[in-house]
Design a protein around this ligand. Structure first.
Ligand code: GDP
Ligand code: GDP
Length: 439
């Protein structure tokens, strides 16, 4: 599980600046989720080999004075609840304010590990910028400049060490999970996730049930169906209670991101009785960014009029067109219809995501593509594509070697992707194309 760091502090201390610096790095899942989370932002950062999630609590609207404190309290509380540790930022140029003390009290009650960080300290002496803040009783402050980057690497390194120290040691699963397909079932509240889990586990013998854990742990539930082994990754708040699964928590972005990142195949559930919402689209966006294989279940298909069925199909086409690489299934978790086909698609999406593509086959497919359509010249330069090899699985990454490949435009990249997808029958998984130029 990736450690989760919350950035907390009053407006204008530099939270967003630090957030951007931490997440701007490669393939950040920077989520701007209006409506869903008010003004919290989620991002992924990476320190060497260590990935982590960051929550920025900034950006709330300064309305009435009481409104500010109210909103701040809410944002802070929610972010802190989801985090392993808190980076509490204060402004070294402005010095201490009463709000800083209020936030300190919050944090103390939360019981989370806190690092006090004095920002905007570029060009200032340590003793001068920190003097004010000892009064908060949070120990020696860290000193950074989020804008210039000074001290940020050390800060993150220390924050990750602290976050890991907070985490319980993860238990070893007691079955061999080597060949099982790890599935995360995600979707907004009430789409039918718990019902589907019940249907999946109720019909077949459950080999084992939850490993113990706190609410922040992921729970892995192994099960078998039609001879295939699966592990259900549950961080999304589906919990076993006796024989019934109940959603015990509200929707959590962090848990959704975590379960997606631990899965091989994500099953996105939608509710056919409702229109596709912004929240559905956001979750779909996360899955796409993650590169995981995907199958979409359009649930509650039972008892719909045929005009409603047409309506929802049009809505899906319009709002989720970027998921066209995935198979859509119209199911009823309650009546257990369509579930067998859905599981078959999960198997094939997994197989596609794990495809082993040899260099000769990839290179042949590349040559075919180029014969069919050459990349356009850019000025006097024509990109030259030479050979391809596989750079990774889940998602499959095709690395193309050649010269002047940075002159290749997005259209041509999409053409190549489509060609590889069709040649190797890659259904249900994103496919990434990377270019490496000889010079
Ligand atoms: P937030 O409201 O806490 O998210 O704060 P922002 O990140 O939006 O920053 C508020 C202001 O402080 C902006 O004008 C930033 O450019 C500025 N700022 C942020 N970090 C630094 C820093 O390290 N040094 C200086 N001098 N200014 C900074
Ligand atoms: P979750 O919050 O995503 O776990 O959703 P639940 O599994 O708790 O389901 C929410 C509601 O939708 C419950 O009242 C279910 O009985 C109902 N529901 C779930 N699946 C179906 C289905 O396939 N058809 C119909 N008609 N209702 C369903």
């Amino acid at each position: 599980m990736k450690p989760v760091i919350a950035l907390v502090g009053r407006p204008n201390v530099g939270k967003s600046t630090l957030f951007n610096r931490l997440t701007r790095s490669r393939d950040a899942i920077v989520a701007d989720m209006p409506g869903l989370t008010r003004d919290r932002h989620y991002g992924e950062g990476r320190m060497g080999e260590r990935p982590f999630l960051v929550i920025d609590t900034g950006g709330f609207e300064p309305v009435a004075k009481e409104g500010i404190m109210h909103e701040m309290a809410k944002q802070t509380r929610q972010a802190v609840a989801e985090a392993d540790m808190v980076i509490f930022i204060v402004d070294g140029r402005q010095g201490m304010t009463p709000h800083d003390k209020t936030i300190t009290d919050f944090l103390r009650k939360s019981g989370r590990a806190v690092m006090l960080v004095v920002n905007k300290a570029e060009g200032m002496r340590y003793s001068a910028v920190t003097a004010d803040f000892y009064e908060l009783g949070l120990g020696d402050p860290y000193v950074i400049s989020a804008a210039h980057g000074d001290g940020v690497m050390d800060l993150v390194d220390e924050a990750l060490n602290l976050a890991l120290a907070q985490k319980p040691v993860e238990e070893e699963p007691f079955v061999d999970l080597g060949k099982t397909i790890k599935i995360a079932i995600v979707g907004r509240p009430n789409v039918g996730k718990s019902t589907l889990v019940n249907t999946l586990l109720g019909e077949e013998r459950v080999i084992a049930f939850d490993l113990p854990g706190t609410t922040r742990d992921s729970i892995e539930i192994p099960f078998e169906r039609a001879g295939q082994q699966y592990t259900l990754i549950d961080t999304a708040g589906i919990r076993r209670r006796g024989k019934v699964f109940e959603a015990i928590e509200k929707f959590s972005v962090v848990k959704t991101l975590q379960s997606i990142s631990e899965a091989n195949v994500v099953l996105l559930l939608l509710d056919a009785q409702q229109d596709i919402s912004e929240q559905d689209a956001h979750i779909a966006g996360f899955i796409l960014e993650s590169g995981r294989a995907l199958v979409v279940g359009v649930n509650k298909w039972d008892g719909l009029t045929s005009s409603r069925r047409d309506e929802i199909k049009i809505d899906l086409d319009r709002k989720l067109d970027f998921l066209s690489f995935a198979k859509f299934h119209y199911i009823s978790a309650l009546k257990a219809t369509g579930v067998d086909q859905l599981m078959k698609s999960i198997n094939s999406a997994y197989a596609a995501a794990m495809s082993d593509l040899s260099t000769p086959k990839l290179t042949r497919a590349l040559i075919e593509a180029v014969e069919h359509q050459q990349p356009r010249r850019k000025g006097s330069i024509r990109p030259k594509l030479r050979y391809a090899h596989q750079g990774g699985m889940n998602p499959p990454i095709v690395v193309i070697h050649g010269n002047s490949l940075d002159a290749i435009d997005d259209n041509y990249k999409r053409f190549l992707e489509k060609h590889f997808r069709e040649t190797f029958a890659l259904v249900g998984t994103p496919l990434r194309i990377e270019f490496r130029s000889g010079k």
